[in-house]
Design a protein around this ligand. Structure first.
Ligand code: 6R9
Length: 676
């Protein structure tokens, strides 16, 4: 399905959201929130977080710096610890929620379930903190985490926050090469991994992938220690400490530690974590999120977008009516997991859910089985998962009792109205709010989303800006803000917000060049959008060279550099193609170095080259080898034409006479045709 088809499906249908408050008061509240963002967020910072020392400058001084020169800072001088706010404070008065469940973990097998209380979480996080410090980790060090979706991942993130170390989580689907690049870029002395993980019945050999990464020359001299958690199953832990100089058996070390470890008071602007994401160049960028602003934004958006409020007292086992069971089924290796599995829910004192497996294991009813077994009320997933489950029909969800559901969240890419309606009708039984949350690794948390029970919904639109977010639609050629609606242009944000990434690690010029300079005075998202007559935003997709494959951001330049690194490849050009399930697929065009004939074996090697350089989730959908690519006479590859050929939009291919050799187009059309 192409992007334009997605939008043409009856976009104007409006669904109410079991409305409990008028939209006008929401709009008025939003307008007042952006009138003085410094005071708005300052008041929330004071009431929502516990501070060791308040920030300097009072309500009007909470924000300083500007988008123009990328010097934004929030709550500077304020001292706090995110782990204290997410864990410790809930263990004592006035909350006294130590016996309440903080994390529900469901492993790869539906029978493996763990419930961890706030008290247990606090003690385990303290043990891990002590073990990290015993191993040499100090405040400000970057700790790389390459972990399966197990509670220890969240606990280690929190332990880093506790001792002032900066975590850099690498999604467990990334290859050894990708890990090595990130360790080198972040100059990360410490790595935490597990001997293995599990997903969909398969074993992920995480330690050996990590070993491969750290044995590479570019990070061998950087990494000082590798802390290896035991796997959850027998068998994967057959390695001997001492034989591999840098490796430490982490599970017994952690168990031997004292369950008390004081929190380090951090400045609000100290970095909390780095997360790498793709941009339009070959090199992923390490976005830096800070302590105070990110924590506040994660906390507030979790509560608002899902209609969850901060849990202020011990839960009453006799009163189940106000107890939400919140489940975000993403992987903690992506920003969604950072903000909406780990930090957002725990900062609100909620119980969060960690899911190790896939929606297809052991069968396509797994999500719905979990909803029934755990009584999930708020369920948050991605359009790609919804589309792939939709293909199996309504039988699987109908077999389960889904009546506990109240809110259904979606994130990662535009949701096409057909998938939206299936989610709303079949999963939500026409009773639940579907919350479409638009945001990015860079924004730290939701910037556009409907509020359940407040914002009427239009399938396919992420609706209206979140509180404290001052959106703008800009004319891409003039850079001028379009004030009237309907409007079409690029999406930007006009005033700083606390959750925004502050820099690219080690390269502030790049941060400025990508986000601040394209439209001076605005943060540029990289997305195109439409704003309809009701002010609702419809994201039309990236306007840069970034693909969105199953909700994963992949830079075309990253895939190209993986291909040209292969000895046989002379040139590579990568474009996105519409894909029914994944949203976008990856189409690669390559020319080979003289003397290398195109053979099946060679093409297989090229697919493998991309998997090895990036990871299996970036595997191309098609690789088209040809003697030449369409080039302008000045030697530029015409990607626009390559996109049209890959998407079979031949009637809009346009003028090809400016190409140095127009016959290349016909050759490519024939070759691409063979894939369909
Ligand atoms: C959270 C996350 C960010 C890019 C973003 C946009 C796309 C995310 C969306 C959406 C339409 C939504 N995107 N949510 N597009 N509607 N609800 O996905 O972060 O991995 O950094 O990707 O994803 O294109 O620019 P990230």
């Amino acid at each position: 399905m192409s992007k334009s088809e997605i939008q043409e499906e009856s976009p104007m249908e409006v669904y109410d959201a079991n409305t409990t408050a008028p939209l006008s008061s929401h709009k008025a509240h939003h307008a007042s929130s952006i009138r003085d963002v410094s005071s708005y967020w300052s008041n929330l910072a004071t009431s929502k977080l516990e501070w060791f020392a308040p920030h300097v400058g009072g309500a009007s001084g909470a924000l300083s710096g500007s988008l123009i020169d990328g010097s934004v800072s929030w709550f500077a001088g304020g001292k706090l610890n995110v782990c204290h706010n997410a864990v410790d404070r809930y263990c004592h008065a006035p909350y006294d929620r130590g016996n309440d469940v903080a994390i529900v973990w469901e492993g790869d097998e539906p029978t493996s379930v763990l419930r961890i209380t706030y008290d247990e979480l606090r003690m385990e996080v303290c043990r891990i903190s002590n073990a990290l410090m015993f191993g040499g980790v100090r405040r400000g060090d970057v700790v790389t985490l390459y972990m399966p979706m197990v509670p220890e991942l969240a606990m280690t993130m929190l332990a880093c926050a506790r001792i002032g170390a900066v975590h850099s989580v690498i999604f467990a689907g990334f290859s050894a090469d990708a890990i090595a690049d990130r360790i080198q870029d972040a100059n990360s002395f410490y790595v935490v991994t597990a001997s293995e993980g599990r997903r969909g019945g398969r074993v992920l050999p995480l330690k050996s992938i990590c070993d491969d990464a750290i044995s590479k020359e570019r990070c061998a001299n950087i990494v000082r220690r590798v802390f290896v958690f035991d796997g959850k199953d027998e068998g994967g832990d057959k390695w001997e400490e001492g034989k591999e100089g840098k490796h430490v058996r982490f599970t017994p070390l952690v168990a031997s530690m004292r369950p008390v470890c004081p929190c380090v008071w951090m400045d609000a602007e100290d970095p909390l974590f780095i997360l790498y994401t793709s941009g339009s160049t070959g090199r992923p960028k390490g976005l830096v999120h800070t302590t105070g602003g990110y924590a506040l934004f994660a906390m507030v958006t979790t509560a608002n977008s899902f209609g969850l409020s901060q849990q202020t007292g011990p839960s009453d086992p006799h009163n189940m009516s106000n107890r939400d069971v919140y489940a975000c089924v993403a992987d903690a290796g992506w920003i969604t997991g950072h903000t909406y599995i780990v930090y957002g829910p725990l900062l609100n004192g909620l119980s969060t859910f960690m899911f190790e497996s896939t929606p297809m294991y052991p069968d396509c009813g797994r999500y719905w089985d979990m909803v029934q077994r755990h009584g999930i009320t708020v369920f948050y997933t991605a359009p790609t998962a919804i589309r792939s489950l939709m293909r199996y029909g309504d039988d699987a969800p109908r077999r389960y009792d889904l009546s506990s559901l109240r809110v259904l969240g979606t994130v990662g890419e535009p949701i096409n109205p057909a998938a939206w309606k299936w989610y709303y009708d079949v999963i939500g039984n026409g009773r639940c709010s579907v919350v479409d949350t638009y945001w990015q690794t860079e924004t730290g948390g939701h910037v556009i989303a409907n509020l359940p029970g407040i914002t009427p919904m239009k399938p396919g639109s992420c609706t209206l800006p979140c509180y404290g977010i001052d959106l703008a639609v800009l004319d891409p050629t003039t850079g001028k803000e379009i004030e009237t609606s309907p409007a079409e242009g690029v999406l930007a944000i006009k005033q700083p917000w606390p959750g925004m990434a502050r820099t690219c690690l080690g390269d502030h010029q790049r941060y400025l060049a990508v986000y601040m300079k394209p439209y001076p005075g605005y943060y540029f998202t990289g997305d195109g959008c439409r704003r309809d007559e009701d002010g609702y935003i419809w994201i039309t997709g990236r306007v840069d060279d970034v693909l969105n494959v199953s909700g994963h951001r992949i830079g075309t330049a990253e895939v190209e550099s993986a291909l040209v690194a292969h000895y046989s490849v002379a040139q590579a050009a990568v474009v996105g193609i519409p894909h029914e399930i994944k949203g976008q697929g990856i189409c690669c065009y390559v020319t080979l170095v003289e003397g290398y004939p195109e053979t099946d074996a060679l093409v297989k090697e090229l697919y493998l080259a991309v998997r090895t350089h990036i990871g299996p989730f970036a595997t191309p959908d098609m690789i088209v080898v040809n003697g030449a690519l369409p080039m302008t006479r000045s030697g530029k590859i015409m990607r626009r034409i390559l996109r049209k050929i890959a998407s079979s939009e031949l009637d809009t291919i346009g003028d090809t006479t400016t190409l140095s050799d127009p016959s290349v187009v016909d050759e490519l059309i024939l070759k691409v045709d063979k894939f369909f």
